[in-house]
Design a protein around this ligand. Structure first.
Ligand code: GMT
Length: 374
């Protein structure tokens, strides 16, 4: 198949999934054309059958706001026409699905182009609900030839919040469990915890929805019982506030802010537990990556997280904001070696058996075939 893929190229789960999917499909012999305003960050090496088409934006003085959605639609028309695309798979509805539908209309009659939209999270649960976007997200979802959601939770939310009657296919996030795997040669651990302290890790984009401050409050309780370190990976609007809280609680010597990092596998391999106390999380790719490395996850009971994390098997789940309970769960795992080993093995097993890319990529491939036959 000749497949166009549009995603946000910067850090973020939807971009990771779109890029890894494209690379995996290319390995399976498909021609993949990424269309975006910048090269997706995981596309940093040459990959056979993968092409990148940059959307260029004119900054004519009259345009006070950049007209990216329109420039994207034009580029989609160009790529679909000259690269003979069979389908366009767009990740994150806003504005990608709308641009794709416009492109489809523009080439109508000249070429049959199917549009598949993958809903990832805040495009449905947060941003899409704003009055300025809601009608557009509803229309674009309804008019796409195929729609996938990354969890059953997100599918239900879409159908209810937008009053949509549409067959939405649930295809979960995936991970390459050969790369995200437990390693014995972890040099980071000694560096991060020189006195053999336990290590708690959280990775995110430091947005309010991630409740990163909860990880610090959980840690404040844990360190009273267990010598430990908290490693925070990523960056975003809440980072300064988190750093302020660390200073206020006199925890700066025990909490390390690593900022954005590429070497996540090494960091996860140093972790004893992974924290994800989010306010909203349609799947939780970060938690899956930790599980693949054999790290038990403590999470809030929101969104798609309970579809991923098995309570009392691969980790623990608590109500949003229930810091005391989450801290109790962390202490329980860090002080019970037998239980930790069991949960670690269960986590790895679940990632390999249910969410490895060899299982999930064919789900997309089969879905494409189904939509192309319609
Ligand atoms: O919605 C976001 O916060 C960003 C979005 C993204 O584009 O990175 O993340 C969402 O998509 C990921 C990949 O499908 C999911 O694993 C995340 O759970 C989801 N984030 C939220 O729902 C908050």
């Amino acid at each position: 198949m000749n497949i166009g893929i549009t995603c946000y190229p910067t850090y973020g789960g939807s971009g990771v999934i779109a890029t890894e999917l494209g690379k995996a499909l290319a390995k399976r012999g498909h021609q993949i054309h990424f269309i975006s305003y910048a090269m997706p960050f995981r596309l940093n090496n040459f990959v056979e059958n993968v092409f990148f088409h940059e959307v260029e934006l004119s900054n004519y003085p009259l345009f006070e706001f950049p007209l990216y959605s329109l420039a994207l639609a034009s580029k989609m028309v160009e790529v679909a026409t000259y690269e003979k695309l069979d389908l366009l798979h767009v990740h994150y509805a806003i504005p990608h699905a709308t641009s794709a539908l416009l492109a489809k209309q523009m080439i109508n009659g000249k070429r049959e182009l199917k549009i598949i939209t993958t809903l990832h999270g805040t495009d449905i649960t947060l941003v899409g609900l704003e009055p300025s976007f809601l009608p557009l997200v509803k229309y674009s979802t309804e008019m796409s030839d195929g729609v996938t959601a990354v969890s059953r939770f997100l599918k239900e939310k879409t159908l209810i919040n937008y009053s949509i009657e549409k067959d939405i296919e649930v295809i979960p996030n995936f991970v390459d469990t050969e790369i995200y795997a437990p390693r014995t040669d972890c040099i980071f651990r000694k560096h991060l915890a020189p006195k053999g302290e336990k290590i708690l890790v959280h990775t995110s984009n430091f947005r309010a929805v991630k409740r990163v401050t909860d990880t610090i409050k959980i840690f404040e309780q844990v360190i009273k019982e267990v010598p430990s370190k908290l490693i925070l990976v990523g960056d975003g609007p809440d980072r300064s506030e988190c750093e302020r809280i660390c200073r206020e609680l006199h925890l700066c010597d025990h909490i390390k802010f690593l900022g954005k990092q590429d070497g996540l596998v090494e960091i996860l391999n140093a972790a004893d537990v992974f924290l994800i106390p989010s306010q909203s999380e349609s799947f939780g790719l970060a938690a899956l990556e930790a599980m693949a490395c054999g790290v038990p996850v403590i999470s809030s009971s929101v969104g798609g997280l309970p579809e991923l994390i098995k309570h009392n098997e691969t980790g623990f789940i608590a109500e949003i904001g229930d810091i005391n309970r989450m801290a109790k769960y962390v202490i329980d795992l860090l002080t019970n070696e037998r239980k930790h080993k069991l949960f670690s093995g269960n986590s790895r097993k679940r990632a390999v058996e249910s969410f490895d890319k060899s299982i999930v990529v064919p789900m997309y491939e089969n879905y494409y075939k189904k939509i192309l036959e319609l």
